[in-house]
Design a protein around this ligand. Structure first.
Ligand code: MIG
Length: 770
């Protein structure tokens, strides 16, 4: 595929202060960028006295020769972005210079701004401003900023045109989206230049594809990582872990993975096991595996300062640590106190840190959970200052709970590379799994990251609270992450801080059945929140939500395949169908892939709400099982969802592939498939299958059909070399209540108001006369 429609340019505003008139740009490598192709040749035209223009067929930049201002245009000459202001200032402190470089772009009235990575607030972020500085904030609120992960990228949505803008600067940056000046978008950076990428769209889908072609796509994860996962800070010993797994099994609940938080280490020393309480990790791995469950430990980057602790001794010996400006290791405080930090920005340090994963991988550990990698730091040792204060103590300002601006990564200051620390840590873990378990797909969960982090695995949104407002806020956060190239994401189900309730837990699971990453997690000081902690009817309803999740896995797995191949998010804003005004305001509903709209209940004691359905025909299909009314889109509809129901809608012509629920995943070469189809003039759907792990063969099945007056015809076409293991296949025609004849079936019957048809496993065509 050629890579058109994207333009990169580096802009360095000149000013009397910086004294720069014709800056020279050194070539620059960026870890955020994964695209390695050759740029498309562009033509430049200098014939005009007033403007210089550089263009390809799909995008061009026109620069004013006198004042350096520019606009970016589409192939047919309409303006995407226009520079309206720029500036550059320098502040000095004794540790060095800090720039304030800015460019302002025109904010066309009514234009909506989506994306922006892990940010709170509504889906449309016009009128807000954000800071990109990875921050461990405790506790956080539904309007806190900045949080753990930074993606300086937005998608600008106009009624007739969509474009995108990525500021590839790892420095501390900010964006003001028509907040202080309603006519301007202002980017600013503490670096001296603006490395900008503009994406010409012209649709939301195109921009997401262009952005992910540039920064990379998330690899297809192992199937087990899409199953249910359980965590709690405070599973203090191996028996606790086993007891929780047993709890899942005793209650007939599905579970695929369980975590070990800080509790498994000795004195919070990374890469150690506390043998008193986790005496035999390999045995624990096997015991969990016998129940179909994988084990995932937490990994924190802070290294305990302790002579004799091999990780510390080696890091010091090899000079692998983040240092002060005088070149001595910088001592901070995390859980170990004092702690030092591996300088994960350097490749040799990434390899060394990666090698530390080896023993865990050979013990059978299936994945890694990288926490505290903003990096989080509570204080600077030997200083009277705690990191949350901002006074200068000789190392520059400390912003948030992290390292000071002037901590050193080789020659680079922390201020420049801070936002890349988490990304580099994940790269190190991901590559370690590739080295030591080359036949497995890596699973590396992270809290901090930057543009490009999607290449190394999922992100979760950190320490949310057990509250209805956090439940509801998770929708727009995950939508924002998905649009910013991070499709594999989730929020702690049930909430991390504070005490959840049975009702909140049920509603959270009903929403999380559609989170790409589904993990229940809680703080050790909060009430326990495994699914059975609140008794009935909550346990039954959580079980139903988890069963729904496992039924949905063929569709979710196929969506992850599409994310891996085209960058499309799993959880999408309604605007993915049509960016009309109401869709852009819908923060309380989302699309799950192409065909399903989910409208969860996000308030206590509520069972009714309204939802905006995008233009088109929809079928009310709660829990993806019970056929209710057809609904006309382009308007709000009321819905009822008592505590055992999550309201889902299937788009007309849409198809959802479901399987049977199971206690854990095994393979994504499904034995049982049900195609749930909302028939209309055109039906289309896709199923991707493989072993769910490793890098073997695959098979793609396309179901294409049409329904005319009184006849429905559906065809199935498969490609790919993975042999089928199908034992049963059904077609559920939603809203169809009778059939006079069904050709190509084994049997059929009407259930509720859908026609359920049993087809032979090698079917290729079905005709139903209704
Ligand atoms: O706040 O390891 O976000 O998921 O349980 C303390 C303990 C550090 C923060 C993570 C949280 C984890 C907790 N950690």
């Amino acid at each position: 595929m050629s890579f058109t429609g994207v333009i990169r340019f580096r802009h360095r505003p000149g000013s009397s202060e910086t004294n720069e008139i014709h800056p020279i740009f050194e070539p620059k490598d960026s870890i955020a960028i994964s695209w390695t192709g050759e740029p498309i040749p562009m033509r430049s035209d200098h014939s005009d006295d007033e403007y210089a223009q550089v263009q390809s067929d799909s995008i061009s930049i026109k620069i004013n020769r006198r004042d350096g201002s520019w606009s970016v245009l589409t192939g047919n000459g309409s303006t995407i972005a226009r520079l309206v202001d720029q500036g550059s200032k320098i502040a000095f402190d004794h540790t060095g210079m800090i720039f304030e470089t800015s460019v302002s772009l025109e904010a066309v009235p009514g234009e909506a701004y989506l994306g922006l990575g892990e940010k709170t607030g509504p889906i449309n972020k016009r009128g807000l401003s954000f800071v990109f500085w990875n921050t461990d904030i405790v506790p956080y609120h539904i309007d806190s900023d900045p949080l753990y992960l930074s993606i300086p990228f937005f998608i600008a949505v106009r009624p007739d045109y969509v474009w995108g803008c990525f500021l590839n600067e790892s420095w501390r940056t900010e964006v003001d989206l028509a907040k202080s000046d309603p006519s301007q978008i202002r980017w600013s950076s503490s670096g001296s230049e603006m490395d900008l990428y503009l994406f010409s769209g012209p649709t939301l889908r195109d921009v997401v594809q262009q952005y992910t072609q540039l920064t990379g796509r998330t690899p297809l994860p192992p199937l087990w990582s899409l199953g249910a996962q359980q965590n709690r800070w405070g599973y203090e010993k191996a028996e606790d872990v086993l007891r929780v797994i047993q709890g899942y099994r005793n209650h007939g609940l599905p579970l695929d993975a369980i975590y070990m938080d800080l509790d498994h280490m000795v004195a919070n020393k990374a890469w150690t096991w506390n043998r008193e309480v986790f005496s035999d990790p390999e045995r624990l791995v096997k015991q969990a595996a016998a129940q179909g469950v994988k084990l995932i430990p937490i990994v924190n980057p802070g290294i305990k300062v302790e002579a004799g602790y091999a990780v510390y001794d080696e890091a010091v010996g090899k000079n692998y640590l983040v240092s002060t400006d005088r070149g001595v290791p910088l001592r901070g405080e995390v859980f170990p106190n004092p702690s030092v930090f591996p300088d994960l920005l350097r490749e040799e340090v990434q390899t060394w840190w990666g090698d530390l994963h080896k023993n865990f991988i050979t013990a059978g550990i299936a994945g890694f959970w990288n926490d505290m990698n903003e990096p989080s730091n509570f204080s600077i040792s030997g200083s009277k200052h705690s990191a949350i204060k901002t006074e200068d103590d000789g190392l520059g300002k400390i912003e948030g709970r992290t390292l000071p601006y002037d901590a050193r990564h080789g020659k680079k200051r922390h201020l420049e590379v801070h936002n890349l620390y988490g990304l580099c840590m994940c790269k190190s873990s991901f590559e370690a799994v590739q080295r030591f378990a080359p036949d497995k797909r890596p699973f590396v969960l992270t809290r901090a990251g930057f543009a490009g982090s999607q290449r190394y695995g999922p992100v979760w949104t950190g320490d949310v609270s057990s509250s209805w407002s956090h439940l509801s806020a998770s929708i727009s956060m995950l939508v924002g992450l998905g649009l910013s190239g991070m499709p594999f994401c989730g929020a702690d189900v049930g909430g991390f801080h504070g005490d959840t309730t049975g009702e909140l837990l049920v509603r959270w699971y009903q929403l999380a059945a559609f989170y790409p990453f589904l993990r229940n997690h809680s703080h050790k000081m909060s009430v326990r929140q495994e699914p059975w902690q609140f008794g009935e009817p909550f346990l039954t309803y959580v079980k139903e939500a988890l069963d729904l999740r496992y039924r949905l896995l063929p569709t979710l797995y196929t969506l992850m395949f599409e994310a891996a191949n085209a960058g499309h998010p799993v959880i999408r804003p309604l605007a993915y169908i049509k960016a009309d005004e109401e869709s852009l305001l819908s923060d309380d509903a989302f699309l799950f892939g192409e065909n399903v709209l989910v409208a969860p209940i996000t308030h206590a004691n509520a069972s009714r709400r309204s939802v905006y359905l995008p233009p088109g025909e929809w079928l009310e299909y709660p829990n993806l099982s019970e056929c209710l009314l057809p609904r006309e889109g382009g308007q709000f509809v009321a819905l009822e969802a008592s505590l055992n129901r999550v309201m889902t809608y299937v788009r007309s012509g849409g198809l959802v592939a479901l399987t049977r629920s199971a206690s854990h995943t095994t393979t994504a070469n499904w034995q049982h498939i049900e195609w749930h189809i909302n028939p209309s003039s055109r039906v289309e759907g896709l199923l991707y299958e493989d072993e769910g792990e490793g890098f073997g063969e695959h098979r793609i099945t396309r179901v294409i059909g049409e329904s005319r007056r009184d006849q429905i015809v559906i065809r199935r076409v498969t490609e790919g070399s993975l042999p089928s293991v199908r034992e049963s296949e059904q077609i559920h025609l939603l809203g169809v209540e009778r059939a006079s004849a069904v050709e190509g079936s084994i049997s059929h019957h009407v259930r509720g108001n859908k026609l359920v048809i049993e087809v032979p496993v090698d079917w290729s065509e079905l005709k139903a006369a209704t």
